[in-house]
Design a protein around this ligand. Structure first.
Ligand code: CAA
Length: 393
């Protein structure tokens, strides 16, 4: 009998502050309805200079470790960190995490990159590792800060956040099916040369590439024995902005009208509730979407199958599926997740501009930007080009 593997724990984290898209629209002197409905975003997570992809990721990863016994932590054989906005060209974010979170040193730790697809690369690699060695578990952490040039069309889709997932045999939350369909091609739709802090993007090409790669990935998934759309109760899409997920739904509906006949995009918008309030989190976005669905669907999802589409510009896509386990409600911290979003602080447009575009990585004076923060970790200084993190709680 095939071993069941998948997500046993999942936690997310985001920044302490946000900007409402009404304020951004006001500053840009455009109708706020474009951002709220045309793009489908309401808030953008904004990092302070002492929040980076390591500190945000460490918060999510530690939340997973806090749910585990020391014996369970000892089963972790591998720590995979996925990001496209890492802090170092050589040292992996995973190596930084080894010094911050309560994990043991006898595991392999490394970083993976392929734009927003990296989280899925990590998840699928982890599932295959656990299929081969079911007594071991793998911690997958995905984190990004989405940053575009100021006053460009991408600005309203910025965001920041992390997700941490523990992959085990007999998972409590969702079993990931072995069937998957991948599609990779060399496409110049979104990229970030080494010397750039912000991403460069061909917006129209990126939307087309996303939809075309989705169709090819779904076809590959079917060829590999995957379930047709009418056997997938839910769909969860990569969400660069929530309107893109709606476009993905509409694209599949146009291409496969019979298989999609009983589906409404209103139902799928449950998976977009968190993303709408956080913005793009690149590698973490699909899995924050999953958490949004698990936390906010009123009905019991036990036994229901979710189809996932992961897209990373450049481009790699993957369509896969998973079935929700009966224990899922006990294994997720819905109240804590909702509180993480509710406890954030709204910024003025001017402060947002300072944090996002003027101040760079934390430097010199020891300013703690979020003194009442519930976060465990922050970037405390950069000395001699070495990043120094601090455990706050
Ligand atoms: N009221 C309501 N809706 C309005 C409106 C108003 N007053 N004004 C405009 N709109 C609507 C438009 O009709 C449009 O809707 P449709 O897409 O349904 O036609 C929507 O608002 C957006 O308007 P535009 O197309 O004019 O928007 P834009 O060109 O200014 O920017 C974008 C859109 C190109 C996607 C830009 O946000 C961008 O470059 N984003 C970054 C790239 C990106 O996220 N690409 C997605 C695919 S790539 C990917 O998924 C990987 C990744 O994470 C980056």
């Amino acid at each position: 009998k095939a071993i069941k593997v998948g997500i046993n724990r999942i936690e997310f984290s985001t920044t302490e502050n946000y900007l409402t898209l009404e304020k951004l629209a006001e500053a840009h002197q455009i109708d706020p309805a474009k951002y709220l409905y045309g793009i489908g975003q309401s808030k953008m997570a904004v990092p302070t200079p002492d929040e980076d992809t390591i500190s945000i990721a460490a918060n999510a990863a530690q939340d997973v470790l806090n749910t585990m016994t020391p014996e369970e932590v000892n089963t972790i054989s591998t720590l995979i960190f996925a990001t496209e906005t890492g802090v170092d060209q050589s040292k992996s974010g995973a190596a930084y995490l080894m010094g911050l979170i309560d994990i043991h040193p006898n595991c392999r730790a490394f970083e993976v990159k392929q734009a927003c697809y990296g989280g899925t690369a990590g998840l699928q690699m982890a599932c295959d590792m656990v299929r081969a060695r079911p007594d071991e578990s793998v911690l997958v952490v995905a984190c990004d800060i989405a940053r575009y040039q100021q006053n460009t069309p991408g600005e309203c889709t910025q965001g920041a956040g992390a997700v941490a997932m523990l992959i085990t045999a007999d998972p409590d939350i969702i079993e990931i099916d072995a069937e998957r369909g991948c599609y990779s091609a060399d496409i110049m739709d979104f990229w970030r040369p080494n010397q750039f802090k912000h991403a460069l993007v061909d917006g129209e090409l990126s939307k087309d590439a996303y939809l075309n790669v989705m169709t090819s990935s779904y076809q590959g998934y079917l060829v590999n024995g995957g379930k047709p759309l009418d056997q997938l109760e839910w769909l969860c899409f990569h969400q660069p902005f929530t309107k893109m997920a709606k476009k993905a739904f509409e694209h599949l509906s146009a291409q496969y009208p019979e298989q999609m006949a009983d589906k409404t995009d209103a139902a799928y918008s449950i998976s977009q509730q968190y993303g709408r309030e956080i913005g793009n989190t690149y590698t973490a976005s699909l899995y924050i979407g999953l958490l949004s669905l698990l936390d906010n669907a009123e009905q019991d999802l036990t036994g229901q199958t979710i189809g996932f589409f992961s897209y990373g510009s450049g481009a790699v896509g993957e369509f896969f599926s998973g079935t929700v386990n009966k224990n899922y409600r006990h294994a997720i911290n819905t109240l804590a997740n909702q509180q993480k979003l509710a406890a954030r602080t709204a910024l003025s447009y001017d402060t947002y501009c300072q944090y996002m575009y003027q101040l760079r990585d934390y430097d010199q004076a020891n300013i703690r930007y979020n003194p009442t923060s519930g976060s465990n970790f922050r970037l405390a200084a950069i000395h001699d080009n070495k990043r120094v993190y601090e455990r706050v709680l």
